[in-house]
Ligand binder design. Structure first.
Ligand code: UD1
Ligand code: MG
Length: 426
């Protein structure tokens, strides 16, 4: 399925009320635009072009690391979506294939839907195919105008629509397939004589139609898929949708999730079957949870965490960049960072790996079957040997050898009869 993709991401995102360009706002820890990029790349396009403009250099810097072959195209002034597409003219005008065109702020579209759109576009020899949806409140969107036969004849923007047209509930998702050469021929004819004084990409639909071309439309059933993110409220809603999708996917694969509404599991995280996720658990990207684990309630599993099968991570535990061996337990109130924990280990409540000295991160190694008493500080770098014990309340700064007890706390001594003496002094 050869095609190229063009993603528009030059806008400022005024409604975010932010210094940061909208497309860089984090959604589940990744720039907003990287979600649609990732989805598009899953379909193996020949090439992906991204139109940048507002704070272009910053956007480019942030994305170039992860997408080395992305072609950045600069739109110096944001004069409208049609103008944005025209900036890619040199790159695409002579391309003989299908161009998939998308906005950078629609992170919920699925690869399956895009695949269907491309297949539909090709099956009908359309010069343009619009992905549409039907929503109860279409305010703000471009409306899809059809003729009595049901064929698409135009897209009219909200601000330019008549009151009759505004009643139409079928809207333009801003995701399209085009015959690239025909698109650029039509784009040369658009103007900016409209309410917003912008060059609208959507005007090409009527231009193509008038030139006798066939316009296709594919309607997605779930409007959520084409939701555009314009405000911080919508950004939060998109996060919820992605978490819910992940929870449904994991449950279908055999993971128990007590409350999917509070399971904040990143789409890229891996969780094995028969693991139980209790309420209020956050699991980041780049985490692998084995099978038969129990996580939470109130656990924070950060990037680089690997939990072997049968691990228990309990309440108010944070784990980062660490591995935990099979059957080990971190049941309550702990911070585990940059650690390598063996199997059969018990980490007492309130254990902290002191991994950071203010400049550098250091590693803590806790070998198999060792026991860390409650309220212990492990000042890294440090190794606790196999079958070793650490006394509760210790601040451990040196290695504890295999089979030894390490203890580092003030000795207790009792003053017999002290209370009585105190009272008699008063
Ligand atoms: C657009 C569509 C509208 C559709 C809606 C769906 C047009 C004219 N209208 O409207 O029919 O219902 O999306 O959400 O296309 N951009 C640039 N350069 C520009 C202007 C925009 O790169 O000069 C980018 C933006 O960064 C954004 C995308 O294009 O990613 C869409 O632009 P936006 O201004 O949000 O268009 P809408 O008014 O939402
Ligand atoms: Mg928009």
């Amino acid at each position: 399925m050869n095609f190229r993709a063009l993603i528009l991401a030059a806008g400022k995102g005024t409604r975010m009320k932010s210094d940061l360009p909208k497309v860089l706002h984090p959604l589940l820890g990744r720039p907003l635009v990287s979600h649609i990029l990732k989805t598009v790349y899953r379909l193996n396009p020949e090439r992906v072009h991204l139109v940048v403009g507002h704070k272009a250099q910053l956007v480019q810097e942030k994305l170039a690391q992860s997408y080395s072959d992305l072609d950045f195209i600069l739109q110096e002034e944001q004069l409208g979506t049609g103008h944005a597409v025209l900036q890619a003219k040199a790159a695409l005008r002579d391309y003989p294939g299908t161009l998939l065109l998308l906005p950078g702020d629609a992170p919920l579209i699925t690869a399956e839907t895009l695949q269907k759109l491309i297949a539909y576009h090709r099956s009908g020899t359309y010069s343009a195919t619009i992905l549409t949806t039907i929503i109860d409140n279409p305010t703000g969107y471009g409306r899809v105008i059809r003729d009595p036969a049901g064929d698409v004849v135009a897209i009219v923007e909200e601000k330019d629509a008549t009151s009759e047209e505004r009643k139409i509930k079928e809207i333009n998702s801003a995701i399209y397939c085009f015959d690239a050469q025909k698109l650029y021929t039509a784009l040369d004819k658009i103007g900016s004589d409209n309410e917003q004084g912008e060059y609208y990409l959507t005007d090409v639909v009527a231009i193509l139609r008038e030139a006798g071309e066939k316009i296709g439309a594919l309607t997605v059933e779930d409007p959520v898929e084409v939701m555009g993110i314009n405000t911080r409220m919508e950004l939060a809603q998109a996060g919820k949708v992605l978490w819910r999708r992940k929870a449904l996917e994991l449950m279908a694969e055999g993971v128990t999730i007590l409350d999917p509404d509070t399971a904040y599991i990143h789409p890229e995280a891996k969780v094995g079957p028969d693991t139980v996720i209790m309420p209020c658990v956050m699991i980041s990207e780049d985490c692998e949870i084995g099978s038969g684990c129990q996580i939470g309630p109130f656990a924070y599993i950060r990037p680089g965490t690997r939990l072997a099968p049968g691990v228990k991570v309990g309440d108010f535990v944070e784990i980062k960049n660490s591995s935990v061996g099979s059957g080990s337990k971190v049941p309550h109130h702990s911070y585990i960072g940059d650690a390598e924990i063996g199997s059969g280990v018990n980490i007492g409540a309130g254990t902290i790996t002191c991994n950071y000295d203010g400049t550098t991160k250091h590693k803590t190694v806790i070998k198999d079957n060792s026991f860390i008493g409650s309220n212990t500080n492990l000042v890294a770098p440090l190794t606790i040997g196999e079958n070793a014990y650490v006394g509760a309340g210790s601040t451990i700064t040196k290695d504890v050898p295999e089979g030894a007890l390490g203890i580092a706390r003030g000795r207790q001594y009792n003053k017999e009869g002290w209370v009585k003496e105190k009272k008699s002094r008063q």
